[in-house]
Ligand binder design. Structure first.
Ligand code: BT5
Length: 324
């Protein structure tokens, strides 16, 4: 499979921007023209723009932009976040690498980023679908001096930063669904996973994993996500530069993080609430032990969700899946 892919890309780079016929490609690779067509479709879904002209064949118009350290750091306006970047083409999970780096003393603001994750993770060991070149799959290492109970606030902080970053990079206005989903037109474009390295109640590091669907096209998602996931491309109708979006997010996040360390969660809470889509609405909250139907009232100073059940009782929700 990947041999064919390599040879296909080789054939195109030899053609150097000129057309190369399906027949020539098939001969070069040693496969059928149908197989060539299939692989070309696959390249397209990864963000390659290929022109096809009858009787002439195919040519590459643009290759996907990558999110290497250089691409991200060139023109990056953040001071500390993204100063150290660990980039890899393919990883199992950027979280895993970030944990390893954090454990061996990587400084605050170190960013791990990959083009593709083979085992991207969500909360509760769920999977996070992370196809090559079309999304942002990154983990940021923080070392805040806060009690570990407050770490969930950083998930909310990251969500605000991602919303603001998307607003800078596109004309979209995303909303946040507590605690960690960013939605556009009711569909999930971003998930955030916060993990800790702590001892007693001292935090060594907080690893904030951010997954953003950027340039996936309609129909690129697997069946079970088709209805509930979307991408910035689908919502705007155009390609969005992943490197630029990462830059915007790092800048926003650095500003919010400084504010948080100086003034606590209060100013972040106000911003978070201004983007929240679930407040005041009827929701269903499924925790590990129960399901609560009621009205989402707001979040506390700690970032805990308050839900007023139909029985009038107020529930503090620390962790749950929310359905609107
Ligand atoms: C999350 O979990 O939303 C957190 C996702 C964090 C992913 C980042 S990527 C960089 C870093 N490295 C990692 O390995 N992870 C982090 P949760 O709230 O549990 O949502 C998971 C659910 O979202 C899945 O069960 C699917 O239903 C759905 N899902 C999976 N992939 C998706 C995608 N690409 N877009 C939208 N929804 C998705």
């Amino acid at each position: 499979q990947s041999d064919i892919r390599t040879k296909l890309i080789e054939a195109f780079s030899k053609a150097d921007g000129n057309f190369i016929s399906g027949q020539e490609i098939a001969e070069y690779i040693g496969c059928s023209r149908t197989a060539v067509w299939k692989h070309i479709e696959e390249l397209r879904s990864e963000g390659y723009i290929l022109e096809a002209v009858r009787k002439k064949g195919y040519r590459i118009v643009t290759k996907p932009e990558k999110v290497t350290a250089n691409e991200i750091q060139l023109g990056l306006a953040a001071e500390v976040f993204g100063k150290a970047i660990h980039y890899e083409e393919t990883v199992d999970s950027t979280q895993k690498i970030a944990h390893r780096l954090a454990g061996s003393g990587a400084p605050e603001g170190t960013l791990v980023v990959a083009e593709e994750q083979s085992f991207g993770k969500g909360r509760l060991s769920r999977n996070w679908y992370s196809p090559k070149y079309t999304g942002i799959w990154m983990s940021l290492i923080l070392r805040p001096n806060i009690p570990f109970q407050q770490a969930p606030q950083l998930t909310l902080l990251a969500a605000v930063a991602v919303v603001q970053g998307i607003e800078e990079a596109t004309e979209l206005m995303p909303g946040i669904k507590w605690p960690n989903d960013i939605l556009i037109n009711g569909k999930k474009v971003t998930g955030i996973l916060t993990e800790l390295q702590a001892e007693a109640d001292r935090i060594h590091s907080v690893i904030i994993g951010i997954g953003i669907n950027v340039n996936q096209k309609n129909g690129d998602f697997p069946e079970d996500l088709l209805e509930k996931a979307s991408s910035l491309f689908i919502e705007t109708g155009h390609q969005v530069s992943r490197a630029k979006l990462i830059q915007h997010i790092l800048v926003k996040m650095e500003i919010l993080y400084k504010l948080y360390l100086e003034q606590g969660f209060a100013p972040i809470k106000v911003l978070w609430e201004s983007y929240a889509v679930s407040l005041g609405k009827e929701i269903k909250a499924s925790t590990l032990t129960e399901t609560i139907h009621g009205t989402a009232l707001g979040i506390t100073e700690e970032g805990v969700l308050l839900v007023e059940g139909h029985d009038g009782q107020i529930h503090n929700i620390y962790s749950a899946d929310i359905e609107l």
